[in-house]
Design a protein around this ligand. Structure first.
Ligand SMILES: [Fe+2]
Length: 241
């Protein structure tokens, strides 16, 4: 489909529904071709929301090009954001040349160190990562998910203050609870993957976004909004993306 059109429509939808936005979390696969042009365009569109934006890379992205596009907006690549009595931690799960995700030793160390700080500061924590750390119903996505999930959960299971893990990559609305921590997937601003099929398959749901409302008592509200009243041209015979 025309991803530019989807992005523009979702941004209009956000403007329509969200009165106050503290931050936009861009959870990766920002540009299919990783071109500087695409990143510049994306940054310009998100900037219309006039709020902070945080980016993490997905398997389609090239970090050097992202950094180049954000040379005047370097804070979009910050890995930790404190908001009220919450902290948002952004993780890089990308492995160059591969679709699947993996958290490097360095990234795991960073996560552990940040969680120690946040526990000391008595903050609730939301973690954002591109690759899904839990299985989804669409079997074909499993080979492409985060591979070293045990390393990840060995760390986060040590902390009681983690409230949610948010991810992109699976292009679908997804929400389960794992040991009292919410695992949240988001729709894409472009194509949607069918949540149940065991082979690559497009869903006819429209593009959308997930909103999150982080409350001072550590609870959070969340939901998905999609563009309504519009039919996008999709290449449903596509065997992949
Ligand atoms: Fe991805």
């Amino acid at each position: 489909m025309n991803c530019q059109e989807g992005l523009e429509d979702v941004i209009e939808l956000v403007k329509e529904h969200e009165e106050e936005i503290d931050c936009v979390l861009c959870t990766g696969d920002i540009a299919q071709d990783a071109s500087l042009n695409a990143y510049n365009r994306f940054a310009a569109h998100i900037s219309e929301l006039e709020t902070k934006q945080l980016w993490i890379p997905g398997n389609h992205d090239i970090i050097a090009s992202m950094e180049q596009a954000l040379s005047n907006k370097k804070d979009a690549l910050e890995k930790t954001l404190r908001l009220g009595n919450w902290a948002i931690i952004m993780l890089n799960s990308c492995v160059e040349g591969h679709i699947y995700g993996m958290l490097s030793e360095q990234e795991l160390e960073f996560l552990k160190a940040e969680l120690e700080v946040m526990r000391y500061e008595d903050r609730h924590v939301l973690i954002a990562i591109h690759h899904n750390p839990v299985p989804v119903n669409a079997e074909w996505l499993q080979n492409h998910s985060l591979q070293n999930t045990q390393d990840f959960f060995d760390i986060i299971d040590e902390y009681q203050n983690i409230k949610a893990v948010l991810f992109g990559h699976i292009h679908q609305d997804f929400k389960i609870s794992r040991k009292k921590v919410l695992m949240l997937g988001s729709p894409s601003t472009s194509i949607q993957f069918h949540p149940e099929h065991d082979y690559f398959s497009l869903d006819r749901e429209n593009p959308g976004y997930r909103w999150l409302s982080l409350h001072g008592d550590g609870t959070l509200g969340t939901g998905v909004r999609r563009v309504v009243g519009k039919k996008y041209k999709l290449d449903v015979s596509s065997k992949g993306y």
